[in-house]
Design a binder for this molecule. Sequence first.
Ligand SMILES: NC(=O)c1ccc[n+]([C@@H]2O[C@H](COP(=O)([O-])OP(=O)(O)OC[C@H]3O[C@@H](n4cnc5c(N)ncnc54)[C@H](OP(=O)(O)O)[C@@H]3O)[C@@H](O)[C@H]2O)c1
Length: 323
Amino acid sequence: MEQRRFGRLGWPVSSLGYGMWGLANWSDTDPDEVLRALDAAVADGVTFFDTAWGYGRGTSERLLGQLVRAHPSRRLYAATKIPPKNMQWPSRPEYALDDCFPPTHIREFAEKSLTNLGLTRVDLLQFHVWEDGWARDERWQRAMDDLKREGLIEAVGVSVNRWEPTNCLATLRTGLVDAVQVIYNVFDQAPEDELFGVCADLGVAVIARVPFDEGSLAGQLRADSTFPEGDFRRIYFGPENLGPTVARVEALQRDVPDDMTLPELALRFCISDPRVATVIPGMRRAAHVQANVTAVERGPLDARTAERVRGHRWDRRPTAWSL
Ligand SMILES: NC(=O)c1ccc[n+]([C@@H]2O[C@H](COP(=O)([O-])OP(=O)(O)OC[C@H]3O[C@@H](n4cnc5c(N)ncnc54)[C@H](OP(=O)(O)O)[C@@H]3O)[C@@H](O)[C@H]2O)c1
């Protein structure tokens, strides 16, 4: 598995990381298959794992802690996230830092996550939502610095709200953020416009999340797809988004080279940009882990295919359903 440099931190992380949201509470999850998938990932060289307290209120974190302890000889990087105090995803410009990340809340959930993980230190602690208007507020800066000085965390990250890739630039320029997590895929190419360049200049690591647009770019969606109550995809692939997405996937399918599958094309698109340190698909099945490992081992897309794929860019703005 290719190792990439995790920004100025220099950590050698696998270009294929692991997204641990779906395995916590998406419908039709098989817990035994999830354990097989996680072990298969470690066996195949995956070293970066992204979880959050908000993924099943600690369920996903406990699974990651278990995995790290089960593989003491491997250097596995654990990244988790502090939920906003008001439990609102995404954040809004009118929210004050106190609504989302007052210092006491940062401390409280850092400790909750360490307990769930059963680890003495988290490698990367991220804010699960963010507003660039909070950039200069020294209270979050001090709170994170205290956690670093006490050795409870190694690094600080920001998870940018869906379809707002620049809603963090002033924050990155404080020099106090080591990594940014952003939606980047065949449809959502906008992070290339400005964010990736700023990250490269500042040595901020880029984590590409949602490489499969919640499954559509993995060929999992049809015009009659439905999802049960409580499954995020029921909201995301609601009537406003399902039809347009299926149509765009069908158009993209026509540009998938014969020797490639759609999920392979989607994943290789994400690692074609060398400024991406790791891409973190959600995976609950060992077969998907194996397929994705094989895909990234085939490397970046060739220039002609990458250019054709670029034509499928789809710029979107936040909506009521785009959590
Ligand atoms: N605000 C935030 O910070 C935020 C928001 C969203 C996501 N994230 C992070 O990003 C990660 C990835 O995003 P996501 O899980 O929401 O969506 P995603 O990675 O775009 O899509 C996940 C879907 O793709 C399917 N899949 C994966 N590999 C496949 C393959 N080879 N063939 C066919 N289907 C495949 C998965 O199926 P199975 O599950 O059945 O394997 C799952 O249904 C999350 O897990 C989380 O870590 C963070």
